[in-house]
Design a binder for this molecule. Sequence first.
Ligand code: 5GP
Length: 178
Amino acid sequence: MDEIIIKEDHFTVFLDEATIQKRVKELSEELLRAYKGKTPIFIGILNGAFPFLTDLVKNYNGLCEVEFMKLSSYGDAKISSGNVKVVKELEIDISGKDIIIVEDIVDTGLSVKYIERMLESHNPASVAVVTLLLKPESLKYNVKIDYIGFSIPSKFVIGYGLDYEQKYRNLKAIYALK
Ligand code: 5GP
């Protein structure tokens, strides 16, 4: 599928499956080196991070745990509402643990900032952030992203976890609005 048309919006392939898979494997290997001798907890931020988290931990050849959190999303709009709310809490004790927050995309940085603050109040040993995509030009909050898959222009993207009105998360490639 080279082009997807949703309502009047035309999307074209921006990152193909092979490119994504290659980069995710590199990130897993980088994390494995960084967390040598440790058992990090990967915390996937639902819903968008699920394919990335799956591929990231499948390529991570070491001991780790996997958990999920869910924040309220954009709703069905293409721009951030500026509101963040926890919809699914973390159900484990993270004190003394090494945490890796796994995000699909960092846009304004609001979600990551919120999660980071919340997790840090529970005294983990460390908190790192890995995101598949970062839109540097959209950042509004001062966040430190430790591992970045791809820095991309501030375009609306779908696929590989990213939705258009909750749909298209199952696409293997990432498509950008023309
Ligand atoms: P932030 O809090 O950094 O502004 O936004 C993060 C969240 O906004 C992401 O987890 C994602 O749900 C949503 N988001 C930001 N940019 C895009 C985009 O280009 N496409 C889609 N589908 N969601 C996006």
